[in-house]
Design a protein. Sequence first.
Length: 201
Amino acid sequence: MKILKGLGIALIVLFLAFAGYNATQDGHYEVSRTVKINASPMTVSAIVSEFRNWPDWAVWFQRDSTMVATFGEKTTGVGANYSWVSENSGAGRMEILAYEPGTSMNTSISFDGQGSSNGFWKFEQLDHGVTQVTWGMTGEMGFFGRFLAPKMEQWVGPDFEQGLDNLIALAERVQRERDDAVANERAVRAAIEAAMEPIQH
């Protein structure tokens, strides 16, 4: 009986110590990564704002073979959403809250049983057809999860890095295809115009 009483007291002391430590911690977290992509802001933002494109670059889809995504009736722009279920990553839902083509995008991300976060994207036009892209996520841990806030950087940061690397490859390929299509269209138009010019004698 004394042993049980001693264990109970020890658990209470540990709980109070843990609660006291958490009370001193800041539960806010923000993780972001920035890259430069050789594509226009409109090209990059169009890819990111269409949820059906995410399996082509977002690392979670590529790493987790058990993930099943269900897309909403709207998949691009404000109000677009999708949900996922995974044996390894749990379940959740993402929705686009605000979207300015070629400029910015804000999302809400809810994780079943694990709270929610806010995602943000910024697309900035640089010189020579280069776009600076920033992808980030902010949130607030509950009281008993405050001690985990500093861990978000190491947990989420590498996923953002790999996802952005994949996005670079996808966006630059799409941009090349668009540029080639425009160049071909101009060449055809020039050839037609030349053929329609009167022959000079």
